[in-house]
Design a protein around this ligand. Structure first.
Ligand code: TRP
Length: 459
């Protein structure tokens, strides 16, 4: 087993790292989830709370993860083990790496299925299936797709194979190179779509909805949702950012890059909102429709707008690219671990990771198709779940992500010796103090409160 630095690859440049980390962070969370939870939670007021969560909790935990990765110079589990040993702490602290890698991988098992919805929608909208369709017809298309195990197995398989190919090619020729074209293309498409949407939609209503906060709509549960989403959207507590930290050159500023990643991720989410809501309002649709916002509501706008077939197709291509780069980042982390642990080649590691991923994605695929073996009847910590997808989603998003965030904060704030973290951060004294205050107090207290509320202890 590895105790010495096992990761020798480094990012090509600071820009290359920011691009890749942003590509990992930007995904379905920004374009699918952020707009719909904002829609459900009153728009502007939600954005304010979300921004506070990103910068007081998200950025410090992101910095913590990059610090662990860079000082540990291994995949997350071994990196955490090395750092625990260096500070003469109990070896159990290595769980920081293992738990978060497990969480990220479980997220990925349903993430690839939702990404394959986007994939299938690229084909459907290019075929003109949404053209002139009414709400009834679109609902039928959506249900037919998500409920068809064979279709979902096909699209998920294609996506997982593409991921294996990229990761198999290795860090420089696979991940780094793919991100360098996929991310700019995705951004150009998104911005283009936003301009077009401002042209044909109701931009003023969208701006009003997003930037005129009405704090009377704010509830405790809004705050919890914003906090959970801050972790999700930055790919925190998923073993991704720790892995990316391991590839970080020693002299790159962790403070500066973390802030950039958070800003870039937030800007993409805001542009996605500014692209989607003008269409929603302009075409008389409802912003608070929930998870169906992108797959059921938005196609209604594509159905009747000028050049709707083309615009709809471009939109789903953009969504697919965003999701794809996030999937790559997670598989990269597990594959790097597999190489370290089992001393196999990159290709073997990437392919075996993806085989396991595909097998586990079936839990979600068959949940949506209604297969008997996926149906459950469990109530856990105040939440009733009816199929395995709901179990995985609830377990990861609401339980494992906050627990992972808490462990990372405690590990970097208390367990690892201050002098090591300060040396690794290479920032002014007051910056270090501020960061340490955030991971020692703000993050653990906020996460614990959220958790207690969620599990019903506080309500
Ligand atoms: N950050 C991703 C997004 O916004 C979501 C995400 C978080 C994720 N953790 C992950 C995706 C782990 C894959 C694996 O879309």
């Amino acid at each position: 087993m590895t105790t010495k630095p096992a990761i020798s690859s480094r990012w090509n440049s600071r820009f290359s790292f920011i691009l890749a980390a942003t590509a990992a962070a930007v995904g379905l969370g920004n374009i699918w989830k952020f707009p719909y939870i904002m829609g459900e939670n009153g728009g502007g007021a939600f954005i304010v709370v979300y921004l506070i969560c990103i910068f007081t909790l998200g950025v410090p935990v992101l910095m913590g993860e990059l610090l662990i990765g860079r000082r540990g110079r291994n995949s997350p589990g071994y990196a955490a083990r090395n750092l625990a040993a260096e500070s003469r702490r109990h070896p159990a602290w290595q769980l920081t790496g293992w738990v978060t890698m497990f969480t990220g991988f479980m997220i990925l098992t349903f993430y690839v299925v939702v990404a394959s919805w986007a994939f299938s929608y690229v084909v459907k909208s290019a075929q003109g299936q949404f053209h002139q369709a009414d709400s009834e017809a679109i609902t039928q298309i959506f249900r037919g797709m998500a409920g068809s195990a064979s279709e979902m197995l096909l699209f998920t398989a294609l996506l997982v194979i593409a991921t294996a190919v990229v990761v198999g090619k290795g860090f420089k020729h696979g991940l780094e190179r793919t991100v360098r074209w996929a991310m700019p293309v995705m951004l150009v498409l998104l911005v283009g779509l936003a301009f077009y949407s401002a042209l044909v939609g109701d931009f003023a209503s969208a701006v009003n909805f997003m930037f005129k906060p009405d704090f009377s709509e704010l509830t405790m549960s809004t705050v919890l949702i914003a906090l959970g989403h801050a972790f999700f959207t930055l790919s925190l507590a998923s073993g991704v950012m720790m892995m990316y930290g391991a590839y970080l050159p020693t002299n790159t500023s962790i403070v500066g890059t973390s802030i950039w990643i958070a800003i870039a991720d937030t800007i993409v989410a805001l542009i996605a909102g500014l692209m989607i809501f003008p269409l929603v309002f302009g075409y008389g649709l409802v912003p608070g429709e929930g998870p169906g916002l992108i797959f059921q509501t938005l196609p209604l706008a594509f159905a009747s707008m000028p050049f709707g077939v083309f615009i709809g197709t471009v939109f789903f291509v953009m969504l697919l690219l965003a999701a794809f780069t996030s999937a790559i980042s997670m598989v990269e982390s597990i594959a790097a671990f597999t190489v370290e642990r089992f001393a196999v080649s990159r290709w073997t590691a990437a392919i075996s990771t993806c085989v396991v991923l595909f097998a586990l994605s079936m839990l979600t695929i068959f949940s949506f198709s209604g297969a008997g073996w996926t149906q459950v009847d469990i109530t856990f910590l105040g939440k009733h779940m009816t199929n395995l997808f709901e179990v995985i989603d609830h377990m990861t998003s609401n339980i494992l992500l906050p627990i992972g965030g808490l462990i990372i904060a405690l590990f970097t704030g208390w367990a690892i010796r201050s002098k090591f973290m300060a040396a690794e951060l290479q920032a002014a004294g007051w910056v270090f103090k501020l960061w340490q205050f955030a991971v020692r107090y703000i993050a653990p207290i906020a996460i614990t409160l959220v958790f207690l509320q969620l599990t019903g202890v506080l309500s």
